[in-house]
Ligand binder design. Structure first.
Ligand SMILES: Nc1ncnc2c1ncn2[C@@H]1O[C@H](COP(=O)(O)OP(=O)(O)OP(=O)(O)O)[C@@H](O)[C@H]1O
Ligand SMILES: [Mg+2]
Length: 303
């Protein structure tokens, strides 16, 4: 049964067309990966589904009913929970209070049901139980992401929207989060996942869509996507998975987290400042030079 159906979605911000024409659908209990370069319209698509931005055109149906004109609160009550990019937790509030905030959105903030929903989340994330009286902002990035997901789960959603849950986290924590996605799927929760960690996302997803400049340029089961489709998903700096479904195509750009010493980092920043370029670019050139046996850092030609 189709749970979520998006047809011909168009969203604009002032004069900027962020989403031009996006259609996608998702069955109950399925995981859909939404991939694409920076600015492709992934976040905006999720925001439109949860009613946080208004669609200019197109249809969004959940459980067969149009969501047009509904408030974000009404949409949350229907069973859609959104974990925004950057997590959106309240750093000054305790872990427990952040979880309670999740309940307000769903309109189920009182009584036994509310307490048991929070208890279930604390069972899923033992670290949150341990830290429940600690201000959320004092936890590690991975713990804060668990809290952000936990806050969505207290709503007992049928559909979970995850926007870049792995952003800025260490590989082992990212692997745990992907494991959690698989567990939630096994519990019957449908998930739309925006991810820069393309390879890992494709491992857990039933289907994927690739967006480019606000339009869907590829869609299908992971095995059906061509290497060109996957390259489009990487362009603009995709995450570098240690687990890849297929190797990234040669033309694709991967975003790698590297560890360098403090003095090397300072020299790198000084070099980047001298060239007036982002550190990532300079490091990429140095690495490309080293790998091709040419040590001269040169300007990377634009794609
Ligand atoms: N509040 C806003 N006001 C104006 N333009 C916006 C706003 N939010 C997004 N945009 C523009 O809309 C387009 C799509 O942005 P969106 O954030 O949906 O992309 P994304 O695929 O999530 O990118 P990223 O990978 O960088 O998160 C971009 O061109 C972006 O600059
Ligand atoms: Mg985004």
């Amino acid at each position: 049964m189709t749970l979520l159906e998006v047809e011909g979605l168009r969203v604009t911000y002032g004069g900027v067309v962020a989403v031009r024409d996006v259609s996608l659908s998702l069955a109950a209990g399925e995981v859909l990966a939404v991939l694409g370069a920076n600015g492709a319209g992934k976040t905006t698509t999720l925001l439109a589904v949860s009613g946080l931005v208004r669609a200019k055109a197109g249809i969004i149906r959940f459980d067969g009913q149009s969501l047009a004109g509904r408030s974000p609160e009404a949409i949350a009550r229907q069973g859609i929970a959104h974990v925004p990019a950057g997590r959106g937790i309240f750093p000054g509030l305790t872990v427990a209070d952040n979880l309670r905030m999740g309940l307000y959105g769903s309109g189920r903030d009182r009584g036994v049901d509310a307490r048991s929903a929070i208890d279930e989340v604390l069972d899923t994330f033992p670290i949150l139980r341990e830290r429940r009286n600690q201000p959320a902002g004092t936890m590690s990035g991975g713990q804060q992401q668990q809290l952000a997901i936990g806050r969505a789960l207290v709503q007992r959603p049928r559909l979970l929207l995850l926007d870049e849950m792995s952003m800025g986290l260490a590989p082992s924590i990212v692997a745990d989060l992907f494991g959690l996605v698989a567990t939630l799927k096994a519990q019957g929760i449908a998930i739309v996942m925006v991810e820069q960690f393309v390879g890992q996302a494709l491992k857990v997803a039933d289907r994927a869509v690739v967006l480019e400049q606000g339009s869907v340029v590829a869609a299908g089961a992971p095995a059906e996507l061509s290497s060109d489709d996957i390259a489009a998903a990487y362009l603009g700096g995709g995450g570098a998975p240690e687990v890849t479904v297929r190797p990234a195509p040669a033309g694709a750009r991967e975003h790698l987290a590297v560890s360098v010493s403090g003095s090397e980092a300072r020299r790198l920043h000084a070099l980047a400042a001298a060239q007036g370029r982002p550190v990532d670019d300079v490091l990429g050139d140095l690495l490309a030079g080293a790998l091709s046996g040419d040590n001269e850092p040169g300007r990377r030609s634009s794609r």
